[in-house]
Structure formats: C-alpha cells, structure tokens
Design a protein around this ligand. Sequence first.
Ligand code: ATP
Length: 228
Amino acid sequence: MDHTLIQAKDLCRSYRTDRESIRVLDGLSLELLRGQAVAVIGPSGSGKSTLLNLLNGLLCPDSGQLQVFGREQSELTEADWAELRRTRIATLFQDGNLIPTLTVARNIAFRAGLAGLEAYEGDALLEQLDITDTAHRYPDQLSGGQRQRAALACAFAMQPQLILADEPTGSLDQATAKRVSPLFFDAIRERNVGALIVTHNPELARSCDRILELREGALHPWDSAASF
Ligand SMILES: Nc1ncnc2c1ncn2[C@@H]1O[C@H](COP(=O)(O)OP(=O)(O)OP(=O)(O)O)[C@@H](O)[C@H]1O
C-alpha cells in the first residue's frame, strides 16, 4: 500500500480581482503520509485556508503538481472530488458545517451514511466529546464550542483517511480542547489516518509529528524551540 496521502510540489495559486492579482501560494511543497499529523501555522492572510481548499478540491492550483491518494489533481473530476469528500477526506472548517435541519445525532448518522457506513460510533463519540446531552438538539440550539464538537463527531463518524482541519479546537476552552486531541491522535495512530491541522493551539501543534509555517507562499519547518 502506498503510504503517501498528499504529494504537492511547487504549487502556485493567485486570486485575481478587478484591480490586482494576489499570489497567495508561491512554490508550496508538501508531503503527508498515512499515520502522520502535520500542523500548519501562519499569520492571518498567509494562505492557510487556500491551502486546505486546494487539498480538498474546492480550488484548483494555477500551476505545480498535486497528488491526493496517488491520483493526479488534474485528472480528478468534480464528481471524483465529491466522492473523496464523502468517503475519505473529512474537512473541518471553523464554522462547523452541520446541516441545520438535522439534530446532532442525525447529523452524525447522515455523515456516516454518506460514507457508506452502516455501523458508526455515534454515542461513543458524543460521550468522548462530552456532548451526549446535545444529541437531540439542532445546530442553532448549541453553543459555538458544542457546535465545533458536534462537527468533530460527524467528521470522525465517517472514518476518514485524511483529515483537513482549520482550528478544530478554536471555540473550545482549554480543558475541552484537551479532550479533543486524543480523537485526532488515536485515529491517526490506530487507523493510519493522515491529518493536516491548521492551528494556533500550541498544545495541539506540538502533539503533531511536524509543525510547518506558511510564510511567503511556501511551507517552512517551524523551529520547535520558538514560542507561538
Ligand atoms: N476569493 C478571494 N479573492 C481575492 N482574494 C482572496 C480570496 N480569498 C482569499 N483571498 C486573499 O488571499 C490571501 C490568503 O487568504 P486565506 O484565507 O487563504 O488566508 P488564511 O491564512 O487562511 O487567513 P486567516 O488566518 O485570516 O483565516 C489573503 O490576502 C486574502 O485576502
């Protein structure tokens, strides 16, 4: 089995507006293997969301090579990307991506169902994330931190092979953030999942195998002795 989940080389991506073209990614390279967690840090506007969106197929690079699960980005159709997002890639955005008309329990069941799973660990995930009492509530009846945990439960219920997360603990207090970390690292180590985690949480970042800084359009190894 090939252990490479993401192989990116010299990726460039600009945004064009009426007035200007902003080059956000400029020769970015990255390798992510199964069983590996990589933290990405970088100042606001450095291109972290742009990178996540390239890796989940919501954006295309202008140039460079990108392989996901051993498949060339240029050969993946919209339908291929949709299937990858349904079954193999869990994307966790800051605002949760829960379906507003479904309760938390039904959101989890729906996510697992989309991935083709009949059995999933909904109750255990709710318990692990300390949100069992929210199972029958709708997303707009939850606090920001509960919504974020419900979104995490949905992502893990689909048993992804690749997790792309944007500040997955951003709305959580320190104690709750600590409960969430094992979910990532157990999945990574026990199920051989790969994770790219955009975070400013030093504890979460330092639990990853590598910390990379996105600066001037490219990823650079972070000096682990430096403070956040
Ligand atoms: N659709 C767009 N059109 C034009 N410029 C954009 C667009 N999306 C993002 N940008 C610009 O690209 C740059 C990178 O944005 P991006 O959202 O990837 O950064 P980020 O590192 O995720 O920021 P943050 O930490 O604030 O979320 C910013 O300068 C932003 O203004």
